[in-house]
Design a protein around this ligand. Structure first.
Ligand code: SAM
Length: 350
């Protein structure tokens, strides 16, 4: 879509255009990761993150009684770093490796190219959509996936609900405007009482769509979904929309399509959605607990044992970024949804 003066877009359409416009979208034309990019994700900080996820996947598969055919689906694989390290770890567990089919769902053509280059000679299927996932037990994993999906925002003022929109009064100076809506009608359409006890609503329609398909797959074929993302536990939804450029926060209305736009997930809402789609929430904790419970500190000790001090320090510095409460340890949450008869708390309890 080409935006014209005075166009009005709902917030989700605005984000979609900024991030995924086929020609100018942020995720379509560049690699946002790493020092020279706009932000860095856990797999790009330390390989130990991906190793812990790989071990967790194998234990999950064992808990499902080692199905002979098993799918791993990475949702939004970025620069392919996590899956690369995960495959490297799988190489040491042959019976699991022989059972596991690896799939990636990736929207960005640009990132898909990078992934294919990084992962050449690996047996990976790039999915066009989630319906292509074969009907065998499957684990879906999204690290910073759901926070990259466009969201809608609604605000309650004087007992009336308004949807937040962006108006391009001038092409380079968009502004927020709130448009009155019939929330009951809207809730009927989405089949979800999202405004219950809320003053502000922030949610991704696409996330609900994906979770619906994923839950259906899990309920018919067994398996689960592991979500790792920026987020909060509280019941009240809040305005967390933000833009990130060059590792700093920016005004969401500045730098259209030149910076990332993201938000913090309401994990209470995700829990409600998973339950609505008949999944069981088997575990929720923060990234710090999850990685420590899986043994990241012991692994750091083992691999750094005979290394010179500078290399040892680097390993621990990176692990600290993942687990420190002032860095990613507490703001990142982890949630596991499974079929109702599955009991698996590894990583969530120590
Ligand atoms: C914030 S990045 C995280 C990347 C990676 N998981 C990591 O931890 O480094 C979000 C990823 O999701 C992809 N993505 C966003 N929307 C998507 C969609 N609707 N379907 C598939 N992939 C999507 C982006 O292109 C990007 O690869």
């Amino acid at each position: 879509m080409k935006i014209k003066k005075n166009d009005i877009l709902t917030v989700d359409k605005y984000i979609h255009e900024a991030l995924y416009n086929r020609r100018s979208g942020y995720y379509i034309k560049a690699n946002p990761f790493g020092k020279s990019g706009d932000y860095i994700t856990a797999p790009n900080i330390s390989i130990l993150f991906s190793e812990m996820i790989a071990i967790w996947i194998i234990l999950f598969w064992e808990n499902l009684k080692r199905p002979k055919k098993f799918n791993l689906i990475e949702l939004g694989a970025g620069n392919g770093e996590m899956i690369k390290q995960i495959i490297k770890t799988f190489d040491r567990f042959l019976s699991f490796k022989n059972s596991c089919k690896i799939n990636i769902l990736e929207k960005s053509i640009y990132l898909k190219k990078i992934q294919k280059q990084k992962l050449k000679n690996k047996n990976i299927k790039w999915l066009k959509n989630l319906n292509e996932v074969s009907n065998i037990p499957s684990i879906f994993i999204g690290n910073e996936f759901f926070d990259a999906l466009p969201i809608k925002q609604f605000i309650k003022k004087n007992n009336k609900w308004y949807e937040r929109n962006v108006k391009f009064f001038k092409l380079n100076r968009p502004k927020f405007i709130d448009v009155l809506i019939d929330i009951k009608k809207f809730e009927k359409k989405i089949g979800f009482k999202i405004s219950h006890k809320q003053k502000f609503i922030e949610y991704s329609p696409l996330a609900i769509e994906y979770l619906k398909i994923i839950s259906k797959k899990i309920n018919s074929n067994n398996g689960g979904i592991l979500i790792i993302d920026y987020g909060y536990w509280g019941k009240n939804m809040k305005n967390t929309l933000k833009s990130i450029s060059n590792h700093k926060f920016e005004n969401v209305l500045n730098n259209f399509s030149k910076s990332d736009i993201t938000y913090n997930l309401s994990f209470k809402l995700i829990e409600k959605i998973l339950k609505k789609f008949n999944l069981k929430v088997n575990g929720m904790t923060n990234q710090k607990n999850f990685l420590i419970n899986l043994g990241i500190l012991k692994r750091a000790e083992i691999i750094s044992k005979n290394l010179p001090f500078s290399k040892k320090a680097d390993i621990y510095f990176r692990v600290k970024r993942l687990i420190d409460k002032h860095s990613m340890g507490e703001i990142f949450k982890v949630m596991l949804g499974t079929k109702k008869n599955v009991n698996f708390q590894t990583g969530f309890v120590n």
